[in-house]
Design a protein around this ligand. Structure first.
Ligand SMILES: [Zn+2]
Ligand SMILES: [Zn+2]
Length: 123
């Protein structure tokens, strides 16, 4: 069975790199990265660290840098607007037919950021 463990690698100047984890999923790890960036105020030195296990269970580390866009904190689903077009009516023909999904507003709160426009995970 293929297994992959998700960690964060935080390198601050000449200080010993700090490994955070283990996280339950890639998503949880990425949320932790956003929170860490918020805490330290700088995304430099924050890397993804995935450890996959080959046969016979030799851990293979993969280190990747995050993109700048990842740390922009703007929700990429709604582009920071907090709402997305209603998937039911797509915001069309609301004068003819009311939509109960969006209360005829044509938009619904973004499911990814819960309508905040900023995607930051739980503390
Ligand atoms: Zn609608
Ligand atoms: Zn959003």
């Amino acid at each position: 069975m293929k297994q992959r463990d998700f960690y964060l690698l935080h390198i601050i100047g000449d200080i010993e790199p700090e490994i955070r984890g283990l996280y339950k999923s890639e998503e949880t790890r990425d949320r932790a990265a956003l929170l860490l960036k918020k805490k330290v105020g700088d995304e430099d030195g924050i890397f993804q660290l995935d450890i996959s296990f080959g046969r016979p269970f030799l851990p293979i580390p993969h280190v990747r840098a995050y993109s700048r866009a990842f740390f922009s904190e703007e929700c990429e689903v709604c582009q920071g607007k907090g709402t997305i077009p209603c998937p039911y009516c797509e915001g069309e023909d609301l004068d003819k037919e009311p939509c109960y999904e969006c209360n005829s507003k044509g938009t619904v709160p973004c499911p990814k950021c819960d309508g905040t426009g900023v995607y930051i995970g739980d503390c």
